[in-house]
Design a protein around this ligand. Sequence first.
Ligand SMILES: *[C@@H]1O[C@H](CO)[C@@H](O)[C@H](O)[C@H]1NC(C)=O
Ligand SMILES: *[C@@H]1O[C@H](CO)[C@@H](O)[C@H](O)[C@H]1NC(C)=O
Length: 621
Amino acid sequence: MRIHWFHQFFVKSGRKPLRNWLILCFVSVLGLIVIFSSSSSKNLNSVASSPIPDIYKNYRKLKEQATSDFLEIRSLSLGITHIEELDLCGKEIEHYVPCYNVSANQLAGFGNGEQFDRHCEVPQEGQRCLVRPPKDYKIPLRWPAGRDVIWSGNVKITKDQFLSSGSMTKRLMLLEENQIAFHSEDGMTIDGVNEYSRQISEMIGLGSDSEFLQVGVRTVLDIGCGFGSFGAHLFSLKLMAICIAAYEVFGSQVQMSLERGLPAMIGNFISRQLPYPSLSFDMVHCAQCGITWDEKDGAFLIEVDRVLRPGGFFVLTSPASNIQAGLLSAKKGLTIIPIEELTQKICWSLLAQQEETFVWQKTSDVHCYASRKQDGVPPLCEEEVHTQSYYQPLLSCISGTNSKRWVPIQNRSSGSQLNSDELEVHGVHPDDFYEDSQVWRSALRNYWSLLTPLIFSDHPKRPGDEDPLPPFNMIRNVMDMNAHYGGLNAAFLEEKYSVWVMNVVPTEVPDTLPLVLDRGFAGVLHNWCEPFPTYPRTYDLLHANGLLSLVLNSECDVSDFLLEMDRILRPEGWAVLCDKVQAIEKTRKLVTQIRWDARVIELQNGDDQRLLVCQKPFLKK
Ligand SMILES: *[C@@H]1O[C@H](CO)[C@@H](O)[C@H](O)[C@H]1NC(C)=O
Ligand SMILES: *[C@@H]1O[C@H](CO)[C@@H](O)[C@H](O)[C@H]1NC(C)=O
């Protein structure tokens, strides 16, 4: 995709009564104008660098009008008339996450913990409505203030839950009036996160936690992250920590983290693999994350091993002293507890143990597996599993050992621009990669300037230099719904915007997720015919390049897809959809239904790409 922004113009969308009569009169001249415009557009481009003469300005207005009316005429001819706006849903589903209805899952026959899994195949309640914000909902504070203070009315948690909670991170919070404050950076001593992070770095053999990056730790999967304070601290060290936790009705760790502007998604691995490829993370962290690691013949540990990169670390903090007791008894020559026995069988070595915290390191030597002598060691998986880790059962074998991505984290180049050897591993030509980066660099600059309510004003104009720019920290949680190489994420980083991006790679397109993760970004596989595993109102910006076409050509319903986007978008959040004109036009009508402000923007590059820039209003009734 290539975007040229010269001669861009606007087509006002939605909600406007159709001026049928005028349009009919206009039809007769339309043909002429279209012919004129196609013959002279080359001339237009050639004067791009010189001041535009008046004649071209007038011409441009005319063409603008022609396009807008043409689109309306076409919608008339397609027989699309007024579309009903959807109502807000009831109060009882303010925090609705589809696919996680435990009682419905139980009725459908799921047990053994699987009722807490995501089951989109279990029929959902059929009502089509917009998930409403809670009565006391307030737009979150801007980053970084919003990291430390959130509105308690925005999340589902009770005061008692705070006060009774005993975990390390939870105790760092104070409940004040209508706010929840997380004191993550004030150097608290005994159970402070800074102290904990330093402890882990020392156990790995580092002088301080600012050295994590130097030993190749860039990405961390934080299982059961409390309310994200550890991740917030790692973020300040320039690490990317992604929180996953099971769906929780009250006091959700994922909802709380996202509300703070920290990367998180609902995820667990009770019976199925995580939606990440093997060799994805440099560190996996679990502090009292509620997993009984020696259950299911070690399948949970094997799953952690799968997503862990060679030489990566597994950090476990567990007050349940069975591990400790086990290790102690092992020292005394008594029975070795299963977890330690298991870790040896999968070529992890225990680096250190202090109080309740254990640090293991996965081998960086692929030959380790052949030298295992114990009985009953998990075998290596037969061949590289080519199926994507999406709804795949947990494995009992070790994966990733045949992968070209088997590179110890200590040996990997740093930074998100991969070198040509690393690109070759992914079958990507450096020129393609470079070109993609360029496209996104310029696209970001242009998208960003559009994200201002000005674009919906009655006198459409592209915000000019005289208009205030959107503040840098207006947007924090970004989802790139069809992320490809993660180019938008890279562009954000280059421009030093204080955002993080959830890079989603749809299951229907070529799987670039390993490349995205190798760049040190957050990413996940997802089938967009299903709801995304997150709470309502968790993203400030949804970006989708080419995804509408994909959805329109799939089995699933594009209005359900839009409804889902509406669910996960914060009030006053933005959606930027880039697609073929046909897809954009179909969608533009439906966007009226979910009551977004929307505007179609034509990219003046002679092809049929359009942008649909939308803002979700803050609806109260
Ligand atoms: C969950 O499922 C039960 C049983 O099918 C149903 O009665 C209930 O309304 C569902 N809840 C939601 C929020 O959909
Ligand atoms: C990683 O780096 C070390 C030290 O430079 C080297 O000995 C080792 O062979 C490298 N391993 C791989 C897999 O490249």
